[in-house]
Design a protein around this ligand. Structure first.
Ligand SMILES: NCc1[nH]cc(CCC(=O)O)c1CC(=O)O
Length: 309
């Protein structure tokens, strides 16, 4: 770039992260009448990208995808950062602000398999590649005979492994597939009742330095208030129940006509039991709704379901 950029967006380097950063750049350019080439995408490699052989819960949890990006923000190397909301920790470090979210994509999960269109249709004892305890537990609840297997790596790698028949199938977010132009590779989206998504699934989160008024003002016009209310409820629910990803937890809030309807669940890791809660409130009370739902459900859980017990 010959002239200095008007705005620098930090992003991870995976194809999905880049698709999300490009979408953010496009919206930002459109909102301010900037040429897209004057918005720089700066790729930042995070610890989460480096660790591929272990479940993230073992390696230290969600902050792994954000730590190096937060450092670049605090150092003033980037003006804002683009994250999958699902990968953003519930606690954001001091000095970093959640500037908002882009309009949410499809929130569902999808099955990728060369054997079946549904979880029920998979062969007896099939291996199911899944990187999240939530998806494993939700699949085991329907099919206790399935054999979960750790399958990390980017979306393309997981698609190829599942389509080759080397494993029975895998579960991926429709949002990621759509953003990569790969939605046709999903056999079928899974129902939201059995496969309540992860908190934040399908949403893109934007962060900036909390004292950087210029960056926060630049991002404000591209953020989406209904998605913000949905995410406020979901993230408050997760924060109350547990910060890490060692327990299968799912939560989905939906905005309609100024109100938020929320459904949250906690499962036993082996899928043998599911504990659910539903609640509704005005969108302005979304965070309180999620926190209350988390406390109510938390109080109902038998000992041993959450790691803190
Ligand atoms: N943890 C990886 C991750 N983070 C966000 C997405 C998909 C896009 C989204 O949920 O917004 C994915 C891949 C997947 O779960 O299939």
């Amino acid at each position: 770039m010959t002239t200095s950029p008007l705005f620098v967006l930090g992003t991870r380097g995976s194809p999905l992260a880049l698709a999300q950063a490009n979408e953010t750049r496009r919206l930002l350019a459109e909102a301010h009448g900037w040429a897209e080439e004057h918005i720089e995408l700066r790729i930042i490699r995070t610890s989460g990208d480096a660790i591929q052989d272990r479940p993230l819960a073992e390696a230290g949890g969600k902050g792994l995808f954000t730590k190096e990006i937060d450092i670049a923000l605090l150092a003033g190397e980037i003006d804002a950062a683009v994250h999958s909301a699902k990968d953003l920790p519930t606690l954001i470090p001091d000095g970093i602000a959640l500037a908002g979210f882009l309009p949410r994509e499809d929130v569902r999960d999808a099955l990728i398999s060369s054997f079946a269109d549904t979880i029920e249709g998979l062969p007896q004892g099939a291996t199911l590649g899944a990187a999240s305890l939530r998806r494993q537990a939700q699949a085991l609840r329907l099919r206790p005979d399935l054999k979960p297997e750790l399958l990390r790596g980017n979306v393309e790698t997981r698609l190829r492994k599942a389509e080759s028949g080397a494993i029975g199938g895998t579960l991926l977010a429709m949002a990621g597939l759509k953003r990569l132009g790969l939605a046709h590779r999903a056999r079928a989206p899974l129902g939201l009742d059995a496969f309540t998504p992860a908190v934040g699934q399908g949403a893109i989160a934007l962060t900036a330095r909390s004292d950087d008024a210029r960056a926060l003002d630049a991002l404000a016009p591209i953020t989406h208030a209904p998605t913000y209310a949905e995410l406020a409820a979901e993230r408050a629910f997760l924060a109350v129940l547990e910060g890490s990803c060692r327990t299968p937890i799912a939560g989905l809030a939906r905005f309609a006509e100024g109100r938020i309807r929320f459904r949250g669940e906690v499962l036993r890791t082996d899928g043998s039991e599911r504990f659910e809660i539903e609640a509704e409130a005005a969108a302005a009370d979304a965070a309180r709704l999620g926190a209350d739902a988390g406390r109510t459900l938390g109080a109902r859980l038998p000992a041993g379901v959450l790691p803190r017990d």
